[in-house]
Design a protein around this ligand. Structure first.
Ligand SMILES: Nc1ncnc2c1ncn2[C@@H]1O[C@H](COP(=O)(O)OP(=O)(O)OP(=O)(O)O)[C@@H](O)[C@H]1O
Ligand SMILES: [Mg+2]
Length: 444
């Protein structure tokens, strides 16, 4: 398991997220704590409950982005899901337990992949032998009984050398491959039926006879197929399942986005009843319960939850008290400043300016931005956020798109191979929208 220190996690996050150091720090610690807990003696380990986090901040300041990037770093099963996807038992929507099932599925795939990598060398050796069996001339196999064994070994080694140097790559061999033509079964499931759906599908999968058919394939492809087959044989499926469940229980992380949307402000009104219902459904999973998955029972006691929400219309204190208590760490994300905007469109590895430059480079155009042009862009973005609705860094996307739409449109027909965006260009292109704030409301 790759284990990054909090500082390393922070550095990784810094490559994509500007500012928000409190939130980055909190998630870095939380991620590291998962690993620390693993190192603690067993008796105490079970006592250490995860310190769940709520990230609170306005729209478009990086909450979801932090989670996305964290997911890539966590060598732990990590699921990101919107709290709004769930509804109370019995209503249309997903049942809350499905998040544990999804997380388990992810974990199984993760462990499977690691196992495959682990046995890969061995599988290659075995697959090579099977390829050689296929390549050995038939008559020599039949005659092998009489023939000198040493003789056969020599020819086998010759074929091996030729196989390794790719001499047989394009040769065809007959290979038994699993027949993929399974009937398509689709089951329409509604809320609460997921479990059944899953069981039925498994049932059919096992009921259908495992057919194989002979296919002519090139040696190169056959080798790949055989590696797959051999590694499947080498992997102990039961152990994969057991390890995967262990991993979910001990180091799983669930990112619960849009938590504010299920927090009710006013407990006396109709529609809120169902929001509170969702909170009540989520509660046991956060507190620790056992969920049945197709891989077995999964305990949720030690799964880490990181929640996020803008909490514009509601506050964390609008959540039911039990749920509040389960999220002891609250971090606030700051509204982004003009400086942050500047850095966001220039610095991160996926920065907008870098994206547009790369896109236009495909049309053989070098796109440059003057410094004061970028200043002007961030200025405008900031102003539009103030004048209309503050959508944070997302505003940069709309502003940049509008700014560059002419260039994007005419790029393939252009004679020039380099374009520099100046402050004047930005003013020309976007200035008029700023004058009339009703326009900016719709266009930028
Ligand atoms: N601090 C930041 N650094 C770099 N990019 C950012 C930052 N904040 C926002 N962005 C950019 O803005 C986009 C929207 O941000 P994000 O999805 O994280 O918003 P959010 O905080 O989850 O908002 P919401 O409450 O509406 O869900 C991201 O895709 C990212 O490109
Ligand atoms: Mg978000």
């Amino acid at each position: 398991m790759k284990t990054l220190t909090p500082r390393e996690i922070m550095d990784e996050l810094n490559r994509f997220i500007i500012g928000q150091s409190k939130a980055k720090k909190a998630v870095s610690i939380a991620l590291r704590n998962r690993w620390r807990r693993q190192m603690v003696p067993k008796e105490l380990r079970d006592e250490i409950a995860p310190k769940n986090i709520i990230m609170i901040g306005p729209t478009g300041v990086g909450k979801t982005e932090i989670a996305r990037r964290l997911a890539k770093l966590a060598s732990a099963p990590f699921l990101k899901i919107e709290a709004t996807k769930f509804t109370e038992v019995g209503y249309v929507g997903r049942d809350v337990e499905s998040m544990i099932r999804d997380l388990t599925e992810l974990s199984v795939n993760m462990v499977k992949k690691e196992e495959q990598e682990r046995v890969n060398e061995k599988a290659k050796v075995l697959a090579e032998e099977r390829i050689l069996d296929l390549l050995m001339p038939r008559r020599s196999r039949a005659a092998a009984a009489n023939e000198d064994e040493a003789q056969e070994d020599i020819s086998r080694e010759k074929i091996r050398t030729r196989f390794r140097t790719g001499k047989f790559d394009e040769t065809f061999v007959d290979l038994e491959v699993p027949d993929r033509a399974l009937p398509i079964i689709e089951i329409f499931s509604s809320a609460g039926m997921e479990e059944m759906d899953m069981q039925i599908r498994d049932m059919f999968g096992n009921m259908l006879p495992k057919k194989t058919k002979k296919r002519k394939v090139k040696v190169k492809e056959a080798y790949e197929i055989l590696i797959q087959e051999e590694s499947k044989k080498l992997i102990d499926a039961d152990k994969v399942t057991k390890d995967a469940i262990e991993r979910v229980e001990q180091s799983g992380i669930i990112f619960l986005d849009e938590l504010d949307k299920i927090a009710s402000r006013d407990r006396t009104h109709g529609p809120d009843v169902s929001r509170e219902g969702v909170q009540r459904d989520i509660l046991p999973i956060v507190e620790g319960t056992t969920v049945t998955t197709k891989y077995g029972m999964v305990k949720t006691d030690h799964i880490l939850f990181i929640a996020a929400g803008a909490f514009h219309m509601s506050k964390p204190s609008d959540l039911i008290p039990e749920l509040q208590g389960r999220f002891p760490i609250r971090v606030e994300l700051d509204a982004l400043t003009k400086d942050d905007f500047y850095r966001i469109i220039t610095e991160p590895e996926n920065a907008l300016i870098k994206q547009y430059r790369a896109l236009l480079a495909t049309e053989d155009i070098e796109l440059d931005f003057n410094n004061d042009a970028i200043e002007e862009i961030t200025d405008i973005a900031q102003k539009v956020n103030e004048l209309t609705e503050n959508i944070g860094a997302r505003r940069l996307y709309t502003v940049m798109e509008k700014l560059l739409d002419d260039i994007s449109f005419t790029a393939p027909d252009m004679k020039e191979h380099s374009i520099t965006i100046t402050k004047e260009y930005v003013r020309d292109k976007l200035g008029e929208f700023l004058q009339k704030d009703d326009l900016s409301r719709y266009i930028l």
